[in-house]
Design a protein around this ligand. Structure first.
Ligand code: AMP
Ligand code: MN
Ligand code: MN
Ligand code: MN
Length: 286
């Protein structure tokens, strides 16, 4: 049922310039079509603007389907846990008001982190330079990492996170806090389907059980950073608990052999029907 191949299928995890992706929605879709995907979900952090932009340019999307999505960050104890939402109603006022609050808090946080980097390391960087990277998108540590890279402070973005931007680094500033239940409920209330993102990136994989208990609908079994072992173990859990199995590349515009990784992880298009069906059921209930 679920497979990874290079023809057809759907990539259920992508980012655009509306958050910390490097490709505009139009560019992302162009590459997705080139890679013969049938569909993608746009799952930007804390914003649906990327998806909204695609609605304005749907004329030549014949047979290519775009799913409205979101990636929310929640927190349990010290661990960051990401939750994906699919087929959310992007006009849901409660959802949009929380998203807007989250984006505002990203601004305050980024300013504080930049201040810390200047104070602690004497770096010659400014918030305006970070803003220039983010353009109008939801600002994130990724944008700060890119500025540090441009200025030659790190050899790559990963090093920026390890040395300066990670939660254990002195310049780190806490983010907007949503607990697991809040993140899941927010998505469900907006008629969406809540999926636990990349559980393989958790330090403590037993946290999956907390999300199952709080009502997660699915697990992102397939992800570009999951090992084969992890994939098998998450698939087992999902089947046992009767959860929807999803997967995606988590493409941020990064390149592999000169091409963005969109579509490098994909699942069968039938998963879209499952997500849609549950979302329709939910929308009729609220
Ligand atoms: P933020 O939402 O501002 O906390 O930034 C988190 C984003 O930074 C994630 O969505 C990832 O895209 C990116 N990120 C986090 N950790 C790393 C890392 N170690 N290397 C590269 N990118 C990372
Ligand atoms: Mn990201
Ligand atoms: Mn994530
Ligand atoms: Mn992501």
């Amino acid at each position: 049922m679920t497979y990874i191949s290079n023809k057809g299928g759907v990539d259920l995890h992508t980012h655009t310039t509306a958050s910390d992706g490097l490709l505009t929605p139009a560019e992302l879709i162009k590459f997705a079509k080139k890679k013969s995907l049938n569909a993608i979900a746009i799952t930007d952090h804390d914003t649906t603007e990327g998806y909204a932009e695609t609605l304005e340019n749907t004329k030549d999307n014949n047979n290519f389907f775009i799913i409205p999505g979101i990636e929310l960050n929640s927190q349990f104890k010290d661990e960051e846990i990401h939750v994906l939402g699919y087929f959310i109603d992007i006009e849901n006022t409660h959802l949009q008001s929380i998203l807007s609050e989250m984006r505002d808090s990203r601004v305050t946080r980024a300013k504080k982190i930049v201040k810390n980097l200047v104070r602690i390391y004497n770096f010659d960087i400014s918030y305006d330079e970070v803003l220039e990277k983010a353009k109008k998108g939801a600002i994130s540590r990724s944008h700060i990492a890119r500025v540090l890279y441009d200025k030659g402070k790190v050899r790559n973005v990963s090093e920026a996170f390890n040395r300066y931007l990670g939660p254990k680094c002195p310049a780190y500033v806490e983010r907007y806090r949503l607990d697991p239940k809040e993140a899941i409920e927010l998505i469900k209330e907006a008629g969406g389907v809540a999926v636990l993102a990349h559980p393989g990136l958790l330090n403590d994989s037993s946290l999956i059980n907390i999300y199952i208990k709080e009502g997660i609908d699915g697990i992102e079994v397939y992800h570009s950073k999951h090992t084969d072992e992890q994939t098998q173990s998450f698939e087992k859990i999902a089947r046992k608990k009767n959860l929807i199995i999803t997967g995606g590349s988590d493409c941020h515009g990064d390149l592999l052999n000169g091409i963005p990784i969109v579509g490098d992880v994909r699942v069968d298009t039938s998963v879209v029907g499952k997500l849609k069906e549950l979302s329709l059921k939910r929308k009729s209930e609220f």
